[in-house]
Write a protein that binds this ligand. Structure first.
Ligand code: ADP
Ligand code: NI
Length: 351
């Protein structure tokens, strides 16, 4: 999310600076969020050269990742300036990187400062160079739900936050009925659309955002892998549609599909069509069910045709018993809706 959004959410007042760590910004931001990294160091001569004040205790910073995404807010708690060779093993430990030893701190920072100073005119790294050692605490970090909510803010194509919220709710219900792991289902449902190519503009099948978020929130490796396997397969792709292997994946796919049908499904489909400038209906344009994934994605058909190309097919594609049961009622709602739609279209009454 944007720095301004994060700052507002935090309820903090006053001023802040937003910045990313110079080296490995994503990894370091992740370590800060997980409470492993509580200190950083910077080259004092650069502050002098640029006429910038050194950090002060009590100052707030919004930490950004490599995508300029605001990750958390920290408050500076201690600032000391010491020569490079006098930086303590305690400080190196608090930096939280690698094996947290002074030895590795020196190796990494020697290289980093050398590069950084080389780029600044007339400066050179020496081992007695003063280093600004700064300690901090995380004062605000949104929850994973809030992150996902902010990601979907402003979407009006039917992929808004409430879609995700409903899928999480349905996934929980299906998980408990089917005996699937509730936490995997919750996470996969929560993250199932954060890499949707329609929203991110990134390549189809990317899992970049989901991976970044799970790393930042310290989700264990095993759970991460299970969630990724699910969200890679969950989406509808015409004739190329896949089914996730795990029961949890089957549950989440059913939950996502249940939200694509019924009254909500009808609403979402017309909302989507509206954002694409798509005609509601044109009797001359025939539906083309069974398209390949490629053709399904390019689709700029009418909204009514989407019922025949996807929505009415979903009832028979449900993976779980509970999904099938819930799909039936929702399917009927769509059939009734279409019958009424055609009757009104033709100026007739429903028989
Ligand atoms: P999935 O959620 O399986 O990835 P999509 O993202 O393709 O499926 O579609 C999600 C929802 O967006 C659909 O259920 C529908 O409401 C809407 N939608 C997608 N494509 C179209 C379309 N061409 N016309 C109308 N609505 C669409
Ligand atoms: Ni979805």
């Amino acid at each position: 999310m944007r720095s301004e959004t994060l700052w507002k959410m935090s309820g903090l007042t006053g001023t802040y600076e937003a910045w990313a760590f110079g080296d490995a910004p994503d990894l370091l931001a992740e370590l800060v969020c997980r409470g492993i990294k509580t200190a950083t160091a910077s080259a004092y001569p650069l502050y002098e050269a640029e006429g910038e004040p050194v950090p002060q205790v009590g100052e707030y910073s919004v930490i950004l990742d490599s995508q300029e995404d605001a990750v958390c807010i920290i408050r500076t708690t201690k600032v000391t300036i010491v020569p490079f060779l006098e930086v303590s093993p305690e400080h190196a430990y608090k930096e939280g990187e690698d094996d947290r030893s002074l030895e590795s701190w020196r190796a990494v920072h020697r290289d980093f400062f050398m590069e950084e100073l080389k780029e600044a005119e007339g400066l050179e790294f020496t081992e007695d160079m003063p280093v600004v050692c700064e300690e901090f605490e995380v004062v605000y970090q949104p929850s994973l739900e809030e992150e996902v909510q902010a990601f979907f803010a402003g979407d009006a194509s039917g992929h808004d936050w409430f879609h995700t919220e409903r899928v999480v709710r349905l996934a929980k219900r299906l998980a408990s009925a089917e005996g699937a792991d509730p936490e995997i289902c919750r996470l996969a449902a929560l993250l199932h659309d954060v890499d949707d190519y329609k929203l991110t503009g990134k390549a189809f099948g990317s899992t970049e955002n989901a991976e970044r978020l799970m790393a930042r929130y310290g989700i264990p490796e095993q759970q991460r892998a299970e969630v990724l396997a699910i969200i890679q397969k969950v989406s509808f792709k015409g004739a190329d549609t896949e089914v996730p292997e795990s029961l949890e994946g089957k549950v989440v796919q059913d939950a996502d599909r249940l939200d694509a049908i019924g009254a909500i499904g009808i609403g979402r489909t017309f909302a989507f069509g509206g954002t694409r400038g798509q005609l509601m209906y044109d009797p001359k344009i025939k539906p083309e069910p069974g398209k390949s994934a490629e053709a399904y994605r390019k689709n700029s058909n009418t909204t009514i045709n989407h019922f025949y190309e996807k929505l009415l097919l979903l009832k028979d594609m449900m993976n779980t018993e509970t999904g099938r049961r819930l799909a039936e009622g929702r399917h009927r709602v769509m059939e009734d809706f279409l019958a009424e739609f055609y009757a009104e279209w033709n100026g007739e009454d429903l028989q």
